[in-house]
Design a protein around this ligand. Structure first.
Ligand SMILES: *Cc1c(COP(=O)(O)O)cnc(C)c1O
Length: 359
């Protein structure tokens, strides 16, 4: 047994999951094994949806593996990385016993999935320093090991904090947690970061997982395609825990088109544009009266503290601009998270925040 299997719930290690019609290795020309219709639906141009899809469409798995620099067997394709987060918590944490560790302020889905599974949630707050937020890595390791946690989530670049975590730090934490917990690095915004991906560490660390998604930089939030990259033995278990046909055929098709060379080139241009607008906005926002702090960001958003955050939120809303209110998040009572838009949209943010002045 691979060592990583010791991190999987004992009762699921031998779990076979649902044997769907598509996962049986049978060959034939007339397919009468899955109770599908013999005729296409009138609304289904091209007959693409009559049959159940492949659970993990091979062409898409190949393309994603190429994109992320790993092997298809290291990838779980899911309905957004949100599904992968949920599957990890369900497959690794026995309810009421195995804890999940998170680093607030951070993306809320880790806590939601832990709650749904009945897994204890341990919070190790990030530290707000001169260079911005940073996870307290030694406290994180200590807390996880002391509590016997099964899962530790890091978000890099951090949502909403914007900070990226150095690969050396990730590797060191994975080593400390080896055999005890899986370290998951959520790289939903990896494309916007100057840090390399933790996927390159997978070969040396069997207790590491990396989340990627087509939702943000690839502009496909509506297609719901995300992946977990990790040890093939863990990926195999998670596939058996996943719903039988998790990737809708039209979504797989759209995702595959998005990974063609010309589409990837356009994505790269947009990412470069976001990065340059991000730096322009960071400087410009710092000069806006009432702005207390603009954090550096490796994502496609900026975290901004205001002297009067409710007023800034209201001014933006009055101009028809909706941003993310962070005031309910720990340590962020005076902060808003502003997504980087087009240059025109960003200018309108500056104008709305500086009423009476020409931004
Ligand atoms: C948006 C986001 C996700 C969810 O991505 P999907 O692939 O759309 O489910 C995951 N993690 C973080 C940090 C995000 O901000």
């Amino acid at each position: 047994m691979d060592a990583v299997m010791e991190l999987v719930r004992e009762d699921l290690r031998g779990f076979a999951g649902y044997g769907s019609a598509r996962s049986e290795k049978l060959q034939g020309e007339v397919w009468l094994n899955a109770n599908e219709s013999a005729w296409p639906n009138a609304g289904d141009d091209g007959d693409g949806c009559r049959r159940y899809p492949e659970p993990q469409p091979p062409a898409l798995a190949e393309a994603l593996a190429r994109l992320y620099g790993c092997k298809p067997e290291q990838l779980l394709i899911g309905r957004g990385s949100d599904e992968a987060i949920d599957l990890l918590v369900r497959a690794l944490c026995t309810p009421g016993r195995d804890a999940v560790v998170v680093t607030p302020p951070v993306f809320g889905m880790y806590a939601v999935s832990a709650r749904l599974q009945g897994a204890p949630l341990l919070e190790v707050p990030q530290i707000d320093g001169v260079d911005g937020f940073a996870p307290d890595l030694s406290a994180l390791a200590e807390t996880a090991l002391a509590a016997g946690a099964r899962l530790v989530f890091l978000c890099s670049p951090g949502n909403p904090t914007g900070n990226a975590i150095a690969l050396d730090d990730i590797a060191a934490l994975a080593r400390k947690l080896r055999g005890r917990a899986l370290l998951v690095v959520d790289e939903a915004y990896g494309e916007f970061s100057s840090q390399p991906s933790a996927i390159e560490l997978l070969g040396e660390h069997d207790n590491l997982g990396v989340l990627r998604t087509l939702s943000k930089a690839h502009a496909l939030a509506g297609a719901r395609i995300g992946v977990l990259a990790s040890h093939p033995a863990l990926i195999a278990v998670l596939r058996r825990c996943q719903a039988p046909y998790p990737v809708p055929a039209p979504c797989a098709e759209i995702a595959l088109a998005a990974l063609a060379p010309d589409a990837l080139a356009r994505t790269a241009t947009q990412v470069a544009q976001v990065r340059s607008e991000r730096e322009r906005m960071r400087t410009a926002l710092a000069d806006v009266p009432g702005v207390v702090r603009v954090y550096r960001s490796e994502g496609n958003y900026l975290l901004v503290r205001f002297a009067d955050a409710p007023r800034a939120f209201a001014n933006l809303l009055a101009a028809g601009i909706v941003v993310r209110d962070q005031r309910a998040a720990p340590q962020l009572g005076d902060a808003l998270r502003i997504t980087i838009g087009t240059a025109e949209q960003n200018d309108s943010v500056l104008r709305a925040l500086s009423p009476g002045t020409l931004a």
